[in-house]
Design a protein around this ligand. Structure first.
Ligand SMILES: [Cu+2]
Length: 487
């Protein structure tokens, strides 16, 4: 979780090698311009996980490490990852947010055949653009068994480096053998007139419904989680983030949780958002940061209030989540840390407040452009979730001719928020309050209950790409379709 590269190399078993050079007369000339290749080995295998010293349970992990080894690479380098599958089931790795070539995207049945037990697969792509990303299995519910980690692409040179930097990979865990897919407690589907506002904490204890939908069939319901971790560790068994008075501290927040949307606050300090899903935004202060599965935010704070403080999250709509990280000033005795106070009227930045730092006109795009309405439904009396009424894989294929501009217009008619994620592309989040050239770029966007959100992108990465809700259980229950980019 800290940035020490030496630690990472130890943990991840990373090796640094020069790129394989082409033979022939151009050898020397090429060598100078050949990007460096970084080789990393990831072994997916069953392992042991424990939530802060509580009983251990079996989870599926990369290199035996809860929270995965952090991969750090410099922008422009080539990342070559050998995935070895020592699981009893097929698996893949998806490089969430990175616009990789289609064949490297790691979606079984869409971009590759899943890697069989005992087999291996080499992923290779250029690491760009710089920013905070996540890697995770895209097979079934494996993400919720622990198969996730952080991928940090560092800029070639950082014009404004912080004094300290920490990566915080957020995960939700069901402490049963097999993780989330085998959780014994589940959230019931909503029925009748019950809306989000009525889902109080009292509901949570009553989720003893069996694993699946009302009639014992259909996709699995969302688990009720037993614990939350940062970098694979749960509070209080988590090392404090050390800061020194006067430091400017950067936190790379990467939400690799299966379903949990966190509202994060740091006691005693305000967070300044600098990047959303790897893309820079005009720095903006917020008291609460909402981060959904699949989203990443880089935030900074100035360490100007010595003491012991908690960075803590409420689960959006449900109250305290249990996700806590202590922040400790050098020279201050360790001890109980002060929690933030979630009161009414907190400043709460939303997408509409985020502005691109440098104006950039929308890419032109060929042709007339495409417009697709995407109505998000489900969750009422049913464990299925749909886009335009379809349950993936019986779903629409959205044609996106190469080079054409595409607008997806989401309308969320369901009672839950949906973090919608498009593979292979960044998109602009349409913002009626701003001129288009100031719209921010992202790859995952929360569409709240009864909200309309539009996104736009130029279809410039050829192939069939999955487009889905990043609530893993919503995706598994049908909330996905395909965007097909072809000439
Ligand atoms: Cu969803």
């Amino acid at each position: 979780m800290s940035i020490s590269r030496r630690q990472f190399i130890k943990a991840g078993g990373a090796a640094l090698t020069m790129g394989v050079l082409p033979y022939g007369t151009l050898r020397i000339a090429r060598a100078a311009s050949q990007p460096r290749t970084r080789e990393i080995s990831l072994v997916a295998a069953p392992g042991k996980m424990s939530l802060d010293g509580r009983e251990s349970f079996s989870a599926w992990l990369y290199n035996g490490q809860p929270g995965g080894p952090e991969i750090r690479i410099t922008e422009g380098e080539v990342l070559r990852v050998k995935l070895t599958n020592e699981l009893p089931k097929p698996t893949t790795i998806h490089w969430h947010g990175v616009p990789v070539p289609n064949a490297m995207d790691g979606v079984p049945g869409v971009t590759q055949k899943a890697v069989a037990p005992g087999a291996s697969f080499i992923y290779e792509f250029k690491a760009q653009p710089a920013g905070s990303y996540i890697y995770h299995s895209h097979q079934g519910l494996q993400l919720d068994q622990g198969l996730a980690g952080s991928l940090i692409i560092e800029p070639r040179s950082d014009p404004n480096p912080p004094d300290r930097e920490y990566t915080l990979l957020l995960e939700d865990w069901a402490a049963t053998d097999g993780g989330g897919p085998n959780a014994s407690r589940r959230r019931p589907p909503m029925g009748g007139m019950m809306g989000l506002g009525m889902m109080g904490r009292g509901m949570r204890g009553r989720g003893m419904m069996g694993r699946r939908g009302m009639r014992g069939s259909g996709p699995p319901l969302e688990p009720i989680y037993d614990g939350y971790t940062v970098g694979g560790r749960a509070y209080p068994g988590i090392k404090p983030l050390m800061v020194k008075k006067g430091d400017r501290v950067r936190l790379r927040l990467c939400n690799a949780s299966a379903i949990t949307v966190y509202d994060l606050m740091l006691a005693g300090h305000k967070l300044t958002i600098t990047h959303a899903d790897a893309n820079p935004v005009n720095p903006i202060e917020t008291e609460v940061l909402r981060i959904a599965p699949g989203e990443r935010y880089d935030v900074e704070f100035i360490a100007n209030n010595p003491g012991r403080w908690l960075l803590m999250a409420n689960e959006s709509g449900y109250g305290e989540s249990g996700l806590k990280v202590p922040v400790l000033y050098e020279g201050v005795r360790p001890g109980e840390a002060a929690p933030p106070v979630f009161r009414r009227g907190l400043r709460f930045v939303r997408y509409w407040d985020l502005v691109r730092p440098e104006p950039k006109p929308l890419e032109k795009g060929k042709g007339q452009g495409r417009f697709y309405r995407q109505v998000l439904s489900g969750g009422m009396h049913s464990s299925f979730w749909t886009i335009n009424g379809y349950v993936y894989p019986q779903a629409e294929v959205l044609a996106a001719p190469l080079g054409e501009r595409v607008r997806l217009s989401y309308l969320n008619r369901s009672p839950m928020p949906h973090p919608m994620h498009l593979h292979g592309h960044f998109f602009r989040v349409a913002n009626p309050n701003l001129p288009q050239e100031l719209w921010i770029s992202k790859d995952t966007v929360i569409v709240e209950h009864m909200e309309r959100v539009d996104i736009e992108f130029v279809a410039d990465n050829p192939g069939r790409w999955i487009h889905h809700c990043h609530n893993l259980y919503h995706m598994e229950a049908g909330m996905a379709n395909l965007v097909e980019v072809k000439a």
